[in-house]
Design a protein around this ligand. Structure first.
Ligand SMILES: Cc1cc2nc3c(=O)[nH]c(=O)nc-3n(C[C@H](O)[C@H](O)[C@H](O)COP(=O)(O)OP(=O)(O)OC[C@H]3O[C@@H](n4cnc5c(N)ncnc54)[C@H](O)[C@@H]3O)c2cc1C
Length: 371
């Protein structure tokens, strides 16, 4: 049996695509390994996501008690002064600080309820066979006519059949902080720049606190064991942690968070969505919104069998990346205190002066039999 369409990836983009396809009467084969309730960083959902969740009939998910509204974000960026960005300026309502695992679980349940046929194992091999895709999933071989690549930065299909670009080497170390008494903390999000990068802190709805440090992967970082010592060298973030007697509760974990994308975002018999098409600096809080948007665009184009619409999606991804790189340049240019430090010096250069982003060529050409 050949499944007309398969979605690979169980994050936000994969779950949203599986749900949208099923809502459009094209319930997909959905290959989505289990997250198993593990903590996943990346919790700040921008207000632009709300209309997208409404389109999916899923905006009520944001009202669950495990999430909280992010009414205020404070940042010390460009000076030591903490400035408040009040959520009242957002027409669509405030941003949300999510419990990521709970949010992804709710989207997963909605997709399965709508009819997506889920397999909770990873794809280990992809081949083109007689004009369709053959996927190895555990001991099963599964065939599909069209693939939606929602495998995040790995871009299982996109990195094979398109060119991958990378604009920087940003990486993140994160840890959770906690205290025995989980009485309510002030619900804040703090951002603080330092000579070798920037720190981020956010209070989760369950009163734990997530702390992230961002720097470049090739710069001297610090041993995960030293994470707590380093965070207490900041100003605003250290003050919040010590005033509330918060202590590190998980080992610091390192993740890639560079700005990277593929071009084109679609090919013969496939389309990439979410981070698999374009992955952004978390400072932008764009990732999850783009994951939802791209899932809806590609699924609707597939349901309508509309090639022009699919091409318009790929064009929007490429324009979106261009606009994002300009915006990123403007935001980093606002911090001019450490022009000599490599982290900031790299970001103070205009993208026009940096030359083309690092590109890695597609390792295989588009399978012509799938045009
Ligand atoms: C530290 C950090 C902080 C962030 N902060 C924010 C933030 O505040 N706001 C925001 O909007 N965004 C943030 N982001 C970005 C956001 O998390 C991503 O944009 C979002 O997760 C993209 O969703 P996705 O579904 O495309 O990819 P992912 O969430 O990466 O999901 C990909 C899925 O594909 C699966 N997969 C991979 N390979 C295979 C395979 N071979 N077979 C089957 N499945 C496979 C994985 O198991 C995974 O479930 C942050 C990211 C990081 C790392």
């Amino acid at each position: 049996m050949i499944h007309p369409v398969a979605v690979i990836g169980g994050g936000i983009s994969g779950a949203a695509a599986a749900l949208r396809l099923a809502q459009g009467g094209r319930a997909p084969l959905w290959i989505a390994p289990d997250l198993q309730g593990a903590f996943k960083p990346g919790e700040h959902l921008g207000p632009a996501a709300t209309p997208l969740l409404k389109t999916l009939g899923s905006d009520a998910m944001l009202r669950a008690e495990v999430h909280r509204h992010a009414h205020s974000t404070y940042s010390a960026w460009g000076s030591d002064v903490l400035l408040e960005r009040n959520a009242i300026v957002h027409l669509e309502g405030p941003p949300t600080v999510l419990d990521r695992a709970a949010f992804e679980q709710a989207l997963t349940e909605a997709a399965v309820l709508a009819g997506a046929e889920r397999i909770s194992q990873p794809v280990s091999k992809v081949q083109v066979c007689d004009g369709h895709w053959r996927l190895q999933v555990g001991s099963q071989s599964l065939d599909a006519g069209f693939l939606i690549d929602a495998t995040g930065r790995k871009a299982l299909i996109g990195s094979k059949y398109a060119t991958r670009f990378q604009a920087d080497k940003l990486c993140c170390q994160y840890a959770l902080f906690d205290r025995p008494d989980r009485s309510p903390l002030r619900p804040v999000t703090l951002i603080e720049s330092v000579p070798n990068g920037w720190w981020y802190l956010s209070v989760l709805a369950d009163q734990r606190v997530v702390v992230n440090f961002y720097t470049d992967a090739d710069l001297p970082g610090f041993d995960p064991a030293e994470f707590e010592a380093h965070v207490f060298q900041t100003n605003a973030i250290a003050a919040f942690l010590s005033d509330n007697a918060l202590q590190i509760a998980t080992p610091a974990t390192r993740l890639t968070t560079n700005s990277s994308w593929i071009a084109p975002a679609i090919g013969a018999g496939w389309a990439a969505i979410g981070d698999a098409s374009a992955a952004f600096d978390p400072l932008s809080s764009h990732g999850m919104t783009t994951a939802l948007w791209s899932a809806i665009e590609v699924s609707d184009a597939y349901v309508a069998q509309d090639r022009k619409r699919m091409q318009a999606y790929a064009d929007s991804v490429s324009k979106g990346v261009h606009d994002y790189l300009r915006a990123r340049e403007r935001v980093y240019a606002q911090e001019a205190r450490w022009c000599e430090s490599p982290f900031w010096a790299r970001r103070l250069k205009s993208i026009d002066d940096l030359g083309p982003p690092i590109a890695s060529q597609a390792s295989e050409r588009d399978p012509e039999c799938l045009t």
